[in-house]
Design a protein around this ligand. Sequence first.
Ligand code: NAD
Length: 327
Amino acid sequence: MRLLVTGGAGYIGSVVVNQLVEAGHEVAVIDRLSQGHRRAVDERAELVVADLADRASIDRVMASHRPEGILHFASQTLVGESMEKPFLHLGENVRNGLNLLESAAEHGVKRFILSSTANLFGLPDRVPIDEEAEIRPGSPYGESKRILERLLHWMDDRFGMRYASLRYFNAAGAVSPDRGEYHDPETHLIPVVLQVALGQREKVIVYGDDYDTPDGTCVRDYIHVSDLADAHVRALHALDGGSRTYNLGNGRGFSVREVIETARAVTGHPIPAVIGPRRPGDPAVLVAASDRIRRELGWEPSHDLREIIESAWAWHRANPHGYGARD
Ligand SMILES: NC(=O)c1ccc[n+]([C@@H]2O[C@H](COP(=O)([O-])OP(=O)(O)OC[C@H]3O[C@@H](n4cnc5c(N)ncnc54)[C@H](O)[C@@H]3O)[C@@H](O)[C@H]2O)c1
C-alpha cells in the first residue's frame, strides 16, 4: 500500500514507519520535526518536513503520494502541559486533525489509524480497562483524542473511511540501538530512570508512595514499541472488515518501584529515588484489557518489562544525547 504517516519522525511513528517499509509498503512521512528527528526516519521512506497546520502542504503530499491509508501520530502529547495550556492541545490536535481528515476525505483515502490514549479514561472505575469503560478524559490532551475518535466516526459514516483507534497505555523500549525514545523535555518514567543511570539526572522522583497498590506506588501498563508497531500493521490490514477501536497494553501492570528496581538490575547503577508528593489527577492503577485485539487480530505482546528496559538501555547507552542536533 501507499501510506502516509504523520509524526513518522517521532518515537512510535519512526518504529512503525520502519516496520511498514520492511513489510513492503511505500511510505511518505509528514513531520515538522518539533519533537521528531530526521535520522529516525527510515531512509527508504520519503520525509516531508511540514506542519499539519499548513493545509496546502498536506494537500501537496496527498496529490503526489496518493496514499491509500494514513497513520496519524503527530500530536501535542504532554498530558501535564495540556492542563496548563489547554488551547495548545485542544486547538492544535483538533485543528490539525481536521486539516488532515478533510484533505484525506477530498483525496478519497479510505483507511485511517489514530494514535489514541489511555488518558481517555481519566480516573477509571475499574481495571483492567476494556473498550466498554466510560470515556472521561483526564486532561485536555485526552479530550482532544476523544474528539478525534468522534470525528473518525463521522468520516466512516459520511465517506466510508475505515478507521482503527488504537489507545496506547505506555509505550516503551527500543527496537535497536539505532532508533529509540528521545523527547525534550522527557516525562516518561523509563527514559527518566535511565537518564539517572547515564549520569544525566541525580535521582528519580517517585510521585507518591501511599496509593492503594501493593507497594504504594502507581501501577502502569508498559508495552514494547515493536509490539505496538505490530498492532498497527495488523489493524491496517483488518480495516476491510470495518472500523474498530482497541485498548493496547500488556494487560499486566508494573509499579514505579518495580520499574526502578528492574532498571537497577539491568544497568547495575543504584539509581537513587526519592518520594515526592502525588501529582494531581494521577490514577493509582492504569492497566489495559487488550482481549479484544488479541481475539480479533491475534495480536500478542511479546516483551516483558525486563526486555523493555534492556532494549531501552541499549539505545540510551549508544545514544546518550538521542539523535544529536534537533534535526
Ligand atoms: N508515547 C506514549 O506512551 C503514548 C501513549 C499514548 C498515546 N500516544 C500517542 O502516540 C503518538 C506518538 O507518540 P510519541 O511518543 O511517538 O510522540 P513524539 O512526540 O515522539 O512524536 C510525535 C511526532 O509528531 C511530530 N509533530 C507534532 N506536531 C506536529 C505537527 N503539527 N505537524 C507535523 N508534525 C508534528 C513531532 O515532531 C514528532 O516527531 C501521539 O499521538 C501520542 O499522543 C503516545
